[in-house]
Design a protein around this ligand. Structure first.
Ligand code: MN3
Length: 205
């Protein structure tokens, strides 16, 4: 049984960056539906005993086209939102410290340069999708963007995502309307860098 993470904050705790109705709808409706559908399809495909990441890495093993596409979209929707909601928090923002800060500087030059680069990817994603900060097998960091509910796993990339930035309109439209750039700018005020650092540590274990 795949389960949504429990939000580590109240639905109004990310105000004013993300309003309560957005979080309630995003987590309580969109994410909930992806999760329920993923459970349903994983059972149909006989893969429900596998971790979600394994299902996403091995989509090619699912012969039926509709089932494979459904698993890709809903398994992605399940996994991606668990990561997204887990790296946000109130009283957050600022900049990372420690090893993660070093790795960001190493890969992108500076924290500001990192923010510029991931923002450009987020804004350059035409239509719905995501921007990612991921860890490569050698412990270095890499940025990417994906369409729809794809992620580095479902695309077969050898990288472990540690930060997810949702740029589907449902993530921001109620408050920011069509202005994705304002949402992306404000997103960094609610990134919980301790949570991202923990993901980094897990990824390089
Ligand atoms: Mn979303």
């Amino acid at each position: 049984m795949y389960e949504q993470i429990q939000l580590p904050y109240a639905t109004d705790a990310l105000e004013p960056v993300l309003d309560q109705l957005t979080i309630e709808t995003h987590y309580g409706k969109h994410h909930k539906t992806y999760t329920a559908t993923f459970n349903d399809l994983a059972a149909k495909a006989g893969v429900a005993d596998k971790p979600a990441v394994e299902v996403l890495k091995n989509l090619d093993a699912v012969a039926d086209d509709a089932l494979r596409t459904g698993l890709r979209n809903n398994g992605g929707g399940y996994y991606n939102h668990n990561l997204y909601f887990s790296i946000l928090g109130p009283n957050a923002g600022g900049a990372p410290t420690g090893v993660l800060a070093d790795k960001i500087n190493e890969a992108f030059g500076s924290f500001d340069a990192f923010k510029e680069k991931i923002s450009a990817l987020a804004l350059g994603q035409f239509g719905s999708g995501w921007a990612w900060l991921s860890v490569k097998p050698d412990g270095s960091l890499v940025l990417s963007k994906t369409a729809n509910q794809d992620n580095p796993y479902s695309l077969g990339e050898d990288a472990i995502p540690i930060l997810a930035l949702d740029v589907w309109e449902h993530a921001y439209y109620l408050k920011y309307k069509n202005v994705r750039a304002d949402y992306v700018k404000a997103f960094f005020d609610i990134v919980n860098w301790d949570a991202v650092a923990k993901n980094y540590d897990e990824a390089v274990k």
